[in-house]
Design a protein around this ligand. Structure first.
Ligand code: PLP
Length: 395
């Protein structure tokens, strides 16, 4: 491929742009993963990651991508033949249920049209009907990266409590962690699953399971086979004592990413993401395109998906945008394949980066001769300019 000058606008919904400071932190000389320096680093990072999940419980870190944390959550808490409640509400929620089936679990599924998150009322009804308490776990995906719909975890928790169902609540926060408010302890989440390559602004390679006492208690009796994914050696590990070689250099990166999040303030990070999500939606509406998430209360704060007009290829559009403007956009996944494209607005982004991304989309729509209205970028800029958030931080 020939050289494309200027920086690439990476606007997929993860992996996300890595801040220079984090890249530099990762580029450290390799250290002894059994030595005192790593023990100190790991102790610090294991403690400082907890507030990102809003938990005081142990956070277990595996050298893996998020998919590994999915598996770890299932095999440590469940036994062969157990029933779980899963969702056909987007590609990632669906993939997790498929993994559960492969592991020998029974999956009861609630489906949506992939344009909204599952309704807490439907979850409540499914659990109320389960009089024999066969359902052992509920598998939520807080932010469905494939369609930009967010599940309302707090409401779902209340629904579970209303019917007094004992199922464990397992929540994938892979594309919401560090981007949208998530409160593990307050919402009574039993396992929170995360990955490093999205809101945490790192390369892929760290998978997280934050585990409640109820989840740890379940792991003592759960009978699904597990070896690498076993929690036991990690639950007691508050320092550098990993049962395998940890991804040490990513720990340096994670410490620096946590420094950046602390410096901005976690709640400010969330506000920035919410603001960019709203600006993106205004741009999409301004172009006359349709946002995939049809339910405003389910709008994602980290990714927005838009439909291509009928008869136009979303993948063809993305190819043109990549080749012409050096901007990767997310593709439609599963059922949305070639029908939608996704703009990731999470991680290390600012107004100008978002503006550049939207500018690229608007130019791409024109270049690809996709029927649309001009002016989506202007809608986003008007909104960003009106908001005091950015200006307040300058003051
Ligand atoms: N869950 C969600 C919500 C995701 O967005 C992804 C990846 O994008 C995954 C799970 C799978 O994680 P990984 O690709 O890190 O294995």
């Amino acid at each position: 491929m020939s050289y494309q000058p200027g920086r690439q606008f990476l606007n997929i919904p993860g992996p996300t742009n890595i801040p220079e400071r984090v890249l530099r932190a990762i580029a450290a000389p390799v250290l002894d993963h059994r030595g005192p320096e790593f023990a100190q680093l790991a102790t610090e990072v294991l403690a400082r990651i907890k507030p990102i999940f809003k938990t005081t419980q142990p956070v277990l870190i595996f050298p893996a991508s998020g998919t590994g944390a999915w598996e770890s959550a299932l095999v440590n808490t469940l036994s062969p033949g157990d029933t779980v409640l899963g969702f056909d509400s987007g590609q990632f929620a669906l993939l997790w249920t498929q993994m559960a089936k492969k592991l020998g679990l029974q999956v009861q599924t609630i489906a949506t049209d992939w344009r909204r998150a599952p309704d807490p009322v439907a979850i409540e009804a499914a659990l109320a009907e389960d009089r024999e308490k066969k359902i052992k776990a509920v598998l939520l995906v807080h932010n469905e990266t494939a369609n930009g719909c967010m599940m309302r975890v707090a409401e779902i928790r209340q629904a579970i409590d209303r019917v007094g169902h004992p199922a464990l609540l397992l929540v994938d926060t892979i594309s919401s962690l560090g981007s949208a408010d998530f409160r593990m302890d307050e919402w009574g989440v039993d396992v929170s699953i995360g990955g490093s390559q999205k809101g945490l602004m790192l390369p892929a390679g760290l998978a997280f399971c934050a585990v409640s006492p109820k989840a740890v208690a379940a792991s003592k009796h759960a009978k699904l086979p597990r070896a690498f994914w076993d929690w036991e050696p990690l639950v007691a590990n508050t320092g550098g004592n990993f049962p395998y070689t940890p991804a040490c250099n990513l720990f340096f990166g994670l410490r620096e990413a946590l420094n950046l999040i602390d410096a901005e303030g976690l709640e400010n990070v969330f506000a920035r993401h919410a603001r960019h999500a709203e600006a993106t939606r205004r741009a999409i509406r301004g172009w006359g395109l349709e946002i995939v998430c049809a339910e405003p209360k389910d709008y994602s704060r980290s990714i927005t998906a838009a439909f291509m007009p009928e008869g136009y290829s979303a993948d063809g559009f993305r190819k043109l945008v990549l080749e012409r403007f050096n901007m990767p956009l997310g593709g439609g996944l599963g059922r949305l394949s070639d029908k939608a494209f996704r703009i990731g607005h999470l991680g290390d982004t600012n107004d100008l980066m978002l503006g550049g991304a939207l500018f690229g989309v608007e130019m791409g729509l024109g270049a690809a001769k996709i029927p649309h209205k001009a002016g989506g970028v202007q809608e986003a800029l008007n909104y960003l300019a009106d908001q005091s958030g950015g200006a307040a931080r300058l003051a």
